[in-house]
Design a protein around this ligand. Structure first.
Ligand SMILES: Nc1ncnc2c1ncn2[C@@H]1O[C@H](COP(=O)(O)OP(=O)(O)OP(=O)(O)O)[C@@H](O)[C@H]1O
Ligand SMILES: [Mg+2]
Length: 473
């Protein structure tokens, strides 16, 4: 998991903790507010009960004074108990600030109840007039008014507190709601961000894994290419030593014979001919190696001039005809466009045609046929070399123009080779802006090579350069 994702998860956890703490604090505040509100209601209720009880006591006293009936004193007695309990409760529950008012209420209530009790006693003694006189003095009424005023003061103070507490509670509820929404939004945003980062992290990982797999694949491919190249190099060295050894053996062997029998003219002529042929084969191999090296470094240079392709092909065919005849291969030519001229390097183009025709003869068994045709197709001159020989397998065909590629059984002797001819030919043809391709229906079904070169129109007075050249032998 990346550092950013870990950081974000820590942030989400912190946001959630902060959310929980805020919610806890808000709930606590709300509970305190609600308790304050309930306490206010209880206090107001107790005040009301106290006033009602005092009024009830006064009503009971009046009923008894008027009727003399003891039954009227029942509410009076009840009220006395209620008043005592209520006054106790009020003292306990009231804030300290209102302590003076509660004391005054206590005193006045005591005095009021004393007066009521006094008049009740007078009535019991049958002294109704004395009781009426006490009442007429109006002290009880004044006390009652004062009691009402004190209760009203206490009630007003309490109502003001209740109102404030209600307002505070509403505000706290709003704050709780706002902080809950805010904190939840932050937490949600953080969770989504976290999920997004996680997804990005996973995508990055899979991309890195893909890149690694691709690198591994390329590395394996490069290694297998290097291994193939190494194998090819080994094969090439084996072929090269083999190809060099055979002509050298022939040269050394014939020189020894010459040394032993220097006076035999027939033997001498044969030795000279064999030594020359093998030396030329060695020379050709060295030149091919040099050409391949030049081609791979892009150093193969052409000396371009108008070149008559018909003459060039005829000259090459003359060179290889003896070899075809000696192998029992029929050599057929169709030079329909003998006058076509290309802008080319005569020697290099001859090298291409020689290699194609030599290959065709080399890989065609006795009794087979090699056909060379020259035609013109639009702006191009087309040389086709077809044989009825051993053909090229489907697997080998795509690699036929790669250097050192030799397919099928290796041909030995003076006609052997290093597997460089076709790769050099392709390079030369492409330097002439042409194309070369090979086709074959498969093993033992012959092969066909097609070279296409851009033809030129000759202006008045210009002569094809190399009509007099001989093809390389
Ligand atoms: N006409 C053909 N029929 C069948 N196989 C062919 C033909 N021409 C070329 N090949 C195959 O292609 C290989 C490469 O040909 P290329 O001319 O490059 O090399 P080479 O003839 O073996 O040696 P070099 O040309 O260097 O003397 C040959 O070894 C052979 O296996
Ligand atoms: Mg060849």
């Amino acid at each position: 998991m990346s550092v950013s994702v870990r950081l974000l998860i820590a942030l989400v956890v912190l946001a959630l903790i902060a959310d929980v703490l805020l919610a806890y604090r808000n709930i606590n505040t709300l509970l305190v507010q609600e308790q304050n509100i309930s306490a206010s209601y209880v206090r107001l209720n107790t005040l009301e009960r106290t006033l009602t009880a005092i009024t009830d006591a006064e009503t009971g006293q009046r009923g008894f004074l008027i009727t003399g009936n003891e039954e009227y004193l029942a509410p009076y007695d009840n009220a006395r108990h209620t008043i005592d309990a209520s006054l106790r409760e009020l003292r306990q529950m009231w804030p300290d600030a209102a302590g003076g008012d509660i004391d005054a209420l206590d005193r006045l209530t005591e005095s009021k109840l004393g007066e009521l009790e006094h008049t009740v006693e007078l009535r019991r003694e049958g002294r109704l007039t004395a009781a009426e006189a006490v009442m007429r003095r109006g002290a009880g009424m004044t006390q009652m008014d004062t009691i009402r005023a004190i209760i009203q003061t206490l009630r007003s103070g309490e109502e003001a507190r209740l109102q404030a507490a209600t307002l505070n509670s509403a505000r706290s509820r709003r704050t709780a709601f706002t902080t809950a929404v805010f904190a939840t939004s932050i937490a949600l945003a953080a969770v989504f961000l976290c999920l997004w980062l996680l997804r990005r992290d996973l995508e990055q990982r899979s991309r890195v894994a893909e890149e690694r797999a691709e690198l591994l694949r390329r590395e394996q491919e490069a290694r297998s290419q290097a291994e193939t190249a190494n194998r090819m190099k080994d094969d090439f060295l084996a072929t090269l030593s083999h190809e060099l050894r055979n002509p050298l053996h022939a040269v050394v062997g014939w020189l020894q014979i010459l040394r032993q029998r220097p006076d035999d003219p027939a033997l001498r002529a044969r030795a000279m001919e064999t030594v020359e042929r093998n030396a030329r084969a060695l020379q050709r191999m060295i030149e091919d190696l040099l050409d391949a090296s030049r081609a791979s470094r892009g150093k193969l240079e052409l000396s371009l001039a108008p070149t008559a392709v018909g003459t060039l092909v005829t000259s090459v065919l003359e060179t290889v005809r003896p070899s075809a005849a000696s192998r029992g291969v029929e050599l057929i030519e169709h030079l329909a466009a003998a006058n076509v001229v290309v802008n080319g390097d005569y020697d290099r183009l001859a090298q291409v045609v020689i290699n194609l025709v030599s290959n065709a003869i080399k890989f065609t068994p006795e009794g087979g046929r090699v056909t060379v045709s020259l035609t013109r197709e639009g702006e191009a001159v087309v040389i086709v070399v077809t044989d009825t020989g051993r053909g090229i397998s489907r697997e080998a065909l795509p690699h036929i123009f790669e250097p050192f590629r030799q397919t099928g059984p290796h041909v030995t002797g003076a006609e052997g080779g290093l597997g460089l001819g076709l790769s050099i030919a392709k390079h030369i043809v492409e330097l002439h802006s042409g194309t070369i391709c090979a086709t074959s229906d498969g093993t033992d079904r012959g092969a066909s090579f097609v070279v296409r070169l851009p033809a030129i129109r000759l202006g008045v007075g210009s002569e094809p350069k190399a009509i007099t050249h001989d093809a390389r032998s």
